[in-house]
Design a protein around this ligand. Structure first.
Ligand code: NOJ
Length: 537
């Protein structure tokens, strides 16, 4: 039996991207009272926890990941009191809350960054961020040729010969993690939310806090060769010192606060982020980056279960989040397709196999929900939502679009406000409009169109989460012998999961069918379908 302190080990965590979930105010931007009003949906779905993406004051230069004040709520989406009400409603429904912490950078509107700009070169205020003199006679050239994640230089000039570092958008200046104020302030932030009843934290770009900016700085081309702790700003070993300190704080609470690292690092480097002395868990994005393929899925699962065991953690499984093309659309494209090129073609080239993509998405989700470990779901995937690939350029918000000079379409297509009803303004998202345009096909997939409808994706998710809760046991699996394009395993207690990645139907394993991601054909499992079978008596 899972003890309260390790509730997270096999939890289903549902990601809410607050500005696109539910809007109570009618201004087209989702808000905290909107989330509170939809707690019954989350409870009926059967999730164990919500991970809430940033809800802090922000100019939204990067969808809220540009944080002005980490210990407040953006007035556009609520108040601290409404935050408390949301926590109370979630807790009353038995749902835990994990909030996003963004420690690599603040926003350029943060009071300390404004003070740093005003105080000028050489001032102690600038020490909290990463300022450098530019190259060239008057500092007119950036300190290095490094490119930012959203395109352009990582260095922004401030007009006095100095430049500041931003791994992401210019509105997101990087903190200097060697500075005691920065460390102290983050401890204060963690305590602030933990004291307010938050159960855990999702740590944004957890692998980027520690930086070695000693001269000479390598070139962008040279950075790529610096791996396994040698990179100048990604995945350096010293970053774990920060998390050891955080772990002490988390463990002061009862139950201890949890944390999950967002760290796009190779699987063998994930263990330290996930260790009990560190954050405790780390996202594994391997399946999210894989084609829908039996061998790839099986290999990834085997490797990650071993890594998690080695780390003393549980594995995590993710197919969609707010940063990637929704998996129903990824699986609608030919294997290896260039997703950005597809987005730039407004979702036309290549022509997606939409029904096939949904079928594979349902099969993949029911596959991961049967695995040992915890599953992270992204809002809207329970509706089988596809990516909105045809958002007009003028409506795009992701800084990637502008910063890449229109070469990267960005992540708005998975962030379109949810359809709750087929009718009404913004498909029930709120009483007004929607901050990103919603397509007309949202009417067909809205919550009210799927609620209670046998075979709908919403009902599949509900059934799967309920069955999982009943069947979940020890964090183990045993692979079953299968043909190459079929993957099957049993879990302790007599729970078998089989996924047919091939073209030909295969037999259902012996036992009682508990769940099928698609209709069985003549009592057999057709292509792109997962079944769960219960063998215990
Ligand atoms: C990762 C977040 O998931 C993403 O949305 C954000 O743009 C970057 N970190 C920068 O904070």
């Amino acid at each position: 039996m899972t003890q309260p302190h390790d509730w997270w080990r096999q939890a289903v965590v549902y990601q809410v991207y607050p500005r696109s979930f539910a809007d109570s105010g009618g201004d087209g931007i989702g808000d905290l009272p909107g989330i509170t009003s939809r707690v019954p949906h989350l409870a009926a779905l059967g999730v164990d926890a919500v991970w809430l993406s940033p809800f802090y004051p922000s100019a939204l230069a990067d969808g809220g990941y540009d944080v002005d004040d980490h210990r407040d709520v953006d007035p556009k989406i609520g108040t601290l009191e409404q935050f408390d009400e949301m926590v109370a409603a979630l807790h009353a429904a038995g749902i835990k809350l994990v909030v996003d912490i963004v420690p690599n950078h603040s926003s350029n509107r943060h009071v300390w960054f404004q003070e740093a700009l005003a105080a000028g070169p050489g001032s102690p205020e600038r020490e909290r961020y990463v300022f450098r003199h530019g190259r060239g006679a008057d500092g007119e050239l950036p300190p290095s040729d490094w490119t930012a994640m959203f395109g352009g230089s990582v260095w922004e000039p401030v007009g006095d010969g100095e430049w500041y570092l931003h791994l992401f958008a210019p509105e997101q200046p990087d903190w200097n993690w060697n500075h005691p104020d920065v460390r102290e302030d983050h401890l204060r932030t963690l305590r602030f939310w933990a004291d307010r009843g938050v159960d855990g934290f999702r740590i944004d770009v957890a692998n980027s806090l520690a930086k070695d900016l000693s001269e000479p700085l390598p070139t962008q081309a040279e950075l790529a060769d610096l791996v396994d702790g040698a990179h100048r700003f990604f995945d350096r070993d010293e970053v774990h010192d920060v998390y050891v300190e955080w772990r002490k704080l988390f463990d002061e609470y009862d139950p201890p606060r949890t944390a999950v690292a967002e760290a796009w690092v190779p699987a063998h480097r994930r263990a330290r982020y996930a260790s009990p002395e560190g954050l405790g868990q780390a996202f594994n994005f391997d399946l999210l980056q894989s084609d829908f393929d039996a061998t790839a899925f099986r290999t990834i699962v085997t490797e990650n279960l071993a890594f998690a065991r080695e780390a003393g953690s549980s594995s995590t499984w993710v197919l969609s989040n707010h940063d990637v093309v929704r998996h129903a659309s990824r699986y609608a494209l030919p294997a290896g397709a260039d997703q950005n090129a597809w987005l730039l073609s407004a979702g036309k080239d290549p022509e997606p196999d939409t029904p096939g993509g949904l079928r594979r998405a349902r099969a993949a989700t029911t596959f991961i929900l049967a695995l040992p470990g915890s599953t992270y779901l992204y809002q809207g995937e329970e509706l089988g939502l596809a990516e909105v690939a045809d958002i007009p350029a003028a409506d795009l918000q992701d800084p990637t679009w502008v910063r890449s000079g229109g070469e990267q379409k960005g992540r708005d297509g998975c962030r379109v406000p949810l359809p709750w009803t087929a009718a009404g303004p913004s498909y029930g998202f709120g009483p007004g409009g929607s901050h990103l345009p919603q397509p007309s096909w949202f009417a067909d997939v809205a919550v009210d169109q799927q609620d209670g409808v046998e075979g709908s994706t919403l009902e599949l998710y509900r059934q799967a989460l309920a069955a999982r809760r009943r069947l979940q046991g020890a964090e183990e699996l045993e692979w079953l012998e299968t043909p190459a394009d079929v993957v099957a395993f049993t879990r302790p207690g007599g729970w078998t999961c089989l996924t047919n990645f091939g073209d030909e139907p295969v037999d259902v394993p012996a036992g009682r069918v508990v769940l099928a991601s698609g209709e069985l054909v003549d009592g057999r499992v057709p292509a792109d379908t997962t079944v769960w079978v219960e063998t215990r008596v």
